[in-house]
Design a protein. Structure first.
Length: 312
């Protein structure tokens, strides 16, 4: 289906403008960054999976975040590193659309997952007596299914609308393939695509933002009214972690999208924001949660010690 939708088979990504002396250092740095990102996310993922102490709704929901982060990092880094070492910015139309699809699966997934985690914290802090009755195993599985169903269905529909057109331009305006940059390559009336894209933007970014604002305002009010200073500190620490991760993704995503839609001449800024959407969250998420969530941090240390001991 992808090949039938394209008349231009080979696309050219925006130039990296790397000096020859920086090619190998950039490749080594990028490779290390990708390996560290995947390792840290796998470490969080495996720690939650094998530690029975972490088999709670909060951590089961968190389990989905490293999965999404690995998808995003893997969609970007392998081809990006290949293009650095080969000094070629060419990419097939099929690979470009595939990269764009999984990058948007990652971005949308993170926002919805963080919304689900905010709901979990809201119930735990504002309705603690009803926590176990609301977030049962069945309801938790329903939430996780809904997270991925909404994610995949919205992004798949977005790209199915793209398949109606032929790609008739070859120059991608960004450092990697994403939906706005691919849409600029097609020929035809893209009004429906723009309208549906705006709708998905409102749903994907607006709804999570409203959920985050509502839940954390309620959490903040509840924490301020509690007489337990230690409980207040733990609750606020957890919430600050969620808000920090959410803001990093939201600010970068919105800035990149606005610069795309406005046809801004600030191409360097647009590329920087777009690249940071995929670069920073997958790298920072496991570090932020691993360092700031004491229970998870302790289990990670135990997991590493246990596996280090088993190799001796």
């Amino acid at each position: 289906m992808l090949s039938n939708s394209s008349s231009v088979d080979i696309l050219t990504l925006s130039s990296l403008d790397l000096q020859p002396t920086y090619i190998y250092p950039s490749f080594v740095f990028g490779t290390l960054l990708y390996l560290i990102t995947v390792f840290c996310n796998l470490l969080v993922l495996l720690t939650i999976a094998v530690s029975k102490k972490l088999h709670k709704p909060m951590f089961i929901l968190l389990l989905n975040l490293p999965i999404s982060d690995i998808v995003g990092a893997t969609a970007l880094f392998p081809h990006f590193l290949f293009s650095i070492i080969t000094e070629s910015r060419l990419i097939s139309s099929e690979a470009c659309i595939t990269q764009a699809f999984f990058i948007h699966i990652y971005g949308t997934g993170n926002l919805i997952i963080l919304s689900a985690m905010a709901f979990d914290r809201y119930i735990a802090i504002c309705c603690p007596l009803n926590y176990n009755s609301i977030l049962t195993s069945q309801n938790l599985m329903r939430i996780i299914f809904l997270v991925w169903f909404l994610n995949v269905s919205m992004i798949l529909t977005l790209f199915m609308l793209l398949f109606r057109f032929k790609i008739c331009r070859a120059d991608v305006v960004d450092l990697f393939c994403n939906y706005p940059s691919v849409l600029k390559l097609v020929c035809g009336d893209i009004t429906l695509n723009n309208n549906y894209g705006l709708f998905t933007l409102i749903v994907i970014m607006g709804v999570p933002l409203m959920i985050i604002l509502y839940t954390y305002v309620q959490i903040l009010v509840t924490c301020m009214m509690t007489n337990n200073p230690d409980g207040r500190r733990k609750a606020l620490q957890t919430c600050c972690t969620h808000v920090l991760v959410f803001l990093v993704l939201q600010i970068n995503s919105n800035a990149a999208y606005i610069l795309h839609r406005s046809q801004s001449k600030l191409t360097v800024l647009r590329k920087a924001f777009g690249f940071s959407v995929i670069l920073f969250p997958p790298f920072l998420d496991p570090l932020i949660y691993g360092l700031n969530t004491r229970e998870l941090r302790q289990c990670i240390i135990m997991f590493l010690r246990r596996n280090a001991g088993s190799t001796k």
